[in-house]
Design a protein around this ligand. Structure first.
Ligand code: PEP
Length: 255
């Protein structure tokens, strides 16, 4: 089964309003010069969403948010509802990024609630999963992935096409250390198998599974060439046109 490549930039807590707007315009130009079969998304911080939305308005770039709360509305000071994101023009929300899990203590139970309400709010979901270095060394990688992917039990058959999984080994995020293409392929194939157990084979074959963890222009081609690697979730290298465009180009060449 051939799946479209999907390249997403996670801008984390970076950039000013002006720099985010400029980068958004740069991304529009980069996407215009790339293969239209490649999906491109950007995930700015909440307060830049509206500026970025205006700058990508006439393009195919997808607007994503980095997080949401697991409730529709209520007395949850400082939180953002997925319905508010939808209202802002956001199309996809990232849930379960390792920085949310490990710095902010998000549990699988919280992530389950977020996925459920985000789908109900008609947002697409990018669910991030991945093992720590200790878990990998202990031989627990697949056990961890299976546990984290269990939240997909909340997804109804008609919603499966709205889910993307990002496999992001925690030891490779922001460290400059990238998983080898073999490690990535092995983990992606296993994620796809787990998705199949939960949502069925057809959904698993159609699901885009992205790799995240120090992807850059110099390693994108070999990672994206793996049969189960359908794209990249890119942090550091998504913060400049010169670093992000080669990744989009690598995906374009393979599409
Ligand atoms: C990420 O934040 O999801 C990520 C993969 O970051 P980096 O590319 O910087 O490792």
């Amino acid at each position: 089964m051939s799946r479209a490549k999907y390249i997403a930039g996670n801008w984390k807590m970076h950039l000013t309003k002006r720099r985010a707007s400029t980068l958004a315009r740069d991304m529009v130009a980069a996407a215009e010069n790339s293969n239209p079969a490649v999906k491109v998304a950007v995930f700015p911080t909440y307060v830049h969403l509206d500026h970025v939305r205006r700058n990508i308005r006439n393009s195919n770039i997808i607007l994503g948010a980095q997080n949401c709360y697991g409730k529709k509305e209520g007395a949850f000071t400082g939180e953002i509802s997925p319905y508010m994101l939808r209202d802002m023009g956001v199309k996809v929300v990232m849930i379960g990024h390792s920085e949310r899990r490990h710095i902010f203590g998000e549990t699988d139970a919280m992530i389950f609630e977020k996925v459920k309400i985000a789908l109900r709010a008609k947002l697409d979901v990018m669910l991030c999963v991945g093992e720590t270095i200790d878990e990998r060394k202990a031989g627990e990688t697949f056990k961890v992935l299976a546990r984290q992917l269990k939240v997909l039990k909340v997804v109804k058959p008609a919603q499966t096409s709205r889910i993307t999984v990002a496999y992001e080994p925690v030891w490779a995020i922001g460290t400059g250390e990238t998983a080898t293409p073999q490690i990535a392929q092995e983990a992606h194939a296993e994620c796809r198998r787990f998705v199949g157990e939960i949502l069925g084979d057809e959904a698993a074959q159609q699901m885009q599974i992205l790799y995240g963890g120090s992807m850059k222009g110099s390693n994108a081609d070999e990672l994206l060439s793996q049969p189960d690697v359908d794209g990249g979730l890119v942090g550091g290298a998504s913060l400049s046109k010169d670093d992000f465009s080669p990744i989009i180009n690598a995906a374009s060449a393979l599409s």
